[in-house]
Design a binder for this molecule. Structure first.
Ligand code: ZN
Length: 239
């Protein structure tokens, strides 16, 4: 298998081999987070939800943001409370997708909690432990949702698969989380006066012309490093 990676990109292979696997291979990540997400989409979504609030003075921004989060918690809690589900829909979607591949697994078991799983599609042989909730592919360990190897073992045992889902994906946990509500805050006219001097905005030089509102993506990391800009596009004219 390593030979294949070397063929694809020897430089990239050498570069990665000099670094610990925990830094670049998802299968070697720690299992404490029970999530396989390592992108910063959450803060991007939060940033886009600010919308017009971003232009407000800092105190007004915080007050409006506080109300927006209060509303968001209430909407999410009500939506989940009315949903007829045991686990969160996003986790359910992942499980449904993985179930499709469980038919490609041949399970061998002779007692105890460990099962031998042979994949007919790739020829891999893995060990699943239903008590430890682990699989050699590491997916179950990492995200807390049984991989399709584990699903095949659970099906053989004829047990409800819901018993093997991590609590963080369950509806009850979600509702408990949304139970942590934000307390409402009174307006500034009710705030206590302090003897301290009022914070002043920092001195900034305002450049001439209309201020730019669009985000400057010049210093951002390129979204797709394989999609490079075309260069030398100038065409020489015949004179
Ligand atoms: Zn697995």
């Amino acid at each position: 298998m390593n030979q294949l990676y070397v063929q694809v990109s020897p430089n990239c292979y050498d570069w990665l081999m000099q670094k610990p696997r925990q830094q670049w291979s998802r299968s070697a990540f720690r299992t404490t987070s029970q999530s396989d997400m390592f992108v910063n989409n959450h803060c991007e979504v939060f940033n886009s939800s600010l919308g017009k609030l971003r232009d407000l003075p800092i105190i007004t921004l915080f007050r409006e943001l506080h109300k927006a989060i209060m509303k968001r918690i209430q909407i999410r809690r009500d939506k989940m409370a009315n949903a007829n589900v045991i686990i969160c829909p996003s986790a359910q979607k992942k499980l449904t997708k993985s179930m499709h591949y469980a038919g490609n697994c041949v399970v061998t078991w002779s007692g105890g909690s460990a099962y031998s799983v042979t994949c007919t599609d790739g020829g891999h042989e893995l060990v699943v432990d239903l008590v430890k909730r682990t699989c050699s592919c590491r997916k179950w360990d990492l995200i807390g949702l049984p991989c399709y190897h584990a699903r095949a073992c659970i099906a053989l045992k004829n047990e409800p698969w819901e018993n093997y889902i991590h609590d963080c994906y369950k509806k009850d946990t979600y509702l408990q989380l949304c139970g942590n509500t934000l307390e409402p805050i009174v307006g500034p006219e009710f705030w206590e006066e302090t003897p301290e001097p009022k914070p002043m905005p920092p001195a900034v030089k305002i450049p001439i012309g209309r201020p730019k509102k669009k985000r400057n993506k010049k210093n951002d990391f390129p979204a797709d490093t394989t999609n490079l800009k075309r260069t030398n596009t100038k065409v020489a004219r015949n004179r």
